[in-house]
Ligand binder design. Structure first.
Ligand code: SAH
Ligand code: SF4
Length: 345
């Protein structure tokens, strides 16, 4: 009996091996990948430069499994949120952001997240499973198809911790970056992590020089361990060691994500602590407005005067920062608000 494959699970090399085994020319692999990744044609019968026999053989042997769109919402600011259902019924979300014509796809790497950061709705809803490379790519390709034109950037800031699913995430990124597949530049791909030290070290050695965002949210171990339990496993000294290694290996500046939570982490003294902690790293700090979540009503967004005080401390310390605007908050599409199955029905 023939083995059945799944198109999005195959790398270019896998396609080449498959076609060679079928007695077909190797360049057919590039043609199929162009249809899927560049033209977003997902039906083999529409791949007009392949013979009818080959199209039939593909239809019978290589499944084209894509996430099923369950629900789509558009925010007042143009942000779009997509709820997808996967083959086993797991539900995940992706977000399409629009910044002055530039589009960014915020995609999920896991169904849920096992890390339980107290400020994050994804974490509050527990963990289902890792996504496969095809499920990661499927979110992006479906959004591009729906969008009708190319999406410029990919950020792994949806549901889940990408560096706890390194195999699938790195494999998906190779295909996004591959010239014969989606050909998306490495500088247009960002991994956001809560601080998985071995993953950051692997990223430093990864052949595609990706951008790295570190979700810091607290500059000392006591507070960070309270907000982000993962800090107990990878405390700040180890974490900053890995960040320095990444910076030295890649030459890339690291973005630090810091959500300002009212009276929790927004004292100006924390800005001073952050500067000392990140000394020598030349970080670029993104101050994110905290997005309220249903499971933790006691956590609120810092008010303007507290935000201003935190910003002036950063300026005084000569730390480069940007005060981010909230996007998609009215449809629960902002950072940390993605909950998939439980809330978005
Ligand atoms: N697990 C990864 C990536 C997904 S979370 C990580 O933690 O980095 C994407 C970003 O949203 C992270 O920077 C995360 O810290 C932030 N975030 C989570 N909950 C948030 C909330 N309620 N308000 C603002 N940002 C939040
Ligand atoms: Fe997981 Fe990131 Fe949410 Fe923390 S912030 S629970 S690591 S998705």
């Amino acid at each position: 009996m023939n083995e059945i494959y799944d198109a999005l699970e195959l790398s270019l090399n896998d396609w080449q091996i498959l076609f060679t085994n079928w007695g077909e020319a190797k360049f057919r692999a590039g043609q199929v990948c162009q249809w899927i990744y560049s033209k977003k044609v997902f039906s083999y019968h529409d791949m007009s430069n392949l013979s009818k026999t080959l199209r039939d053989k593909l239809s019978g042997n290589v499944l084209m499994t894509l996430p099923i769109l369950i629900k789509q919402q558009t925010s007042r600011d143009g942000t779009r949120k997509f709820l997808w259902q996967l083959g086993d019924g797991a539900r995940i979300e992706s977000v399409l952001l629009n910044h002055g014509g530039h589009k960014t796809a915020c995609i999920s790497s896991q169904a849920g997240c096992p890390l339980g950061c107290v400020f994050c709705e994804t974490g509050a809803n527990g963990f289902t499973r890792n996504l496969t490379r095809g499920e990661i790519l499927g979110q992006f390709l479906m959004m591009e198809k729906i969008n009708g034109s190319d999406i410029n950037n990919v950020v792994f800031m949806g549901m889940g911790e990408p560096l706890l699913n390194e195999g699938a995430v790195f494999s998906a990124i190779r295909s996004l970056n591959d010239k014969a597949m989606r050909n998306l530049g490495a500088r247009h791909i960002t991994i956001s992590t809560s601080g998985i030290v071995p993953g950051i070290e692997d990223l430093a050695d990864f052949e595609v020089p990706l951008r790295l965002s570190l979700s810091l949210h607290a500059p000392n171990d006591a507070l960070r361990s309270k907000l982000m339990p993962v800090n107990r496993q990878y405390p700040l000294q180890k974490l900053t060691g890995a960040l320095k290694h990444y910076r030295e290996r890649t030459g890339e500046r690291i973005t630090i994500e810091y959500a300002l939570i009212d009276r929790v982490n927004d004292e100006p003294e924390y800005a001073y602590e952050m500067a000392a902690l990140l000394d020598g790293l030349e970080p670029y700090v993104n101050l994110i407005p905290f997005n309220p979540i249903p499971s933790r009503p006691e956590l609120g967004r810092s008010g303007d005067s507290r935000v201003r005080a935190f910003c002036s401390a950063l300026s005084e310390l000569k730390i480069e920062y940007e005060l981010r605007k909230e996007r998609g908050g009215d449809i629960m599409a902002a950072c940390g608000q993605l909950a998939g199955a439980s809330l978005a029905k």
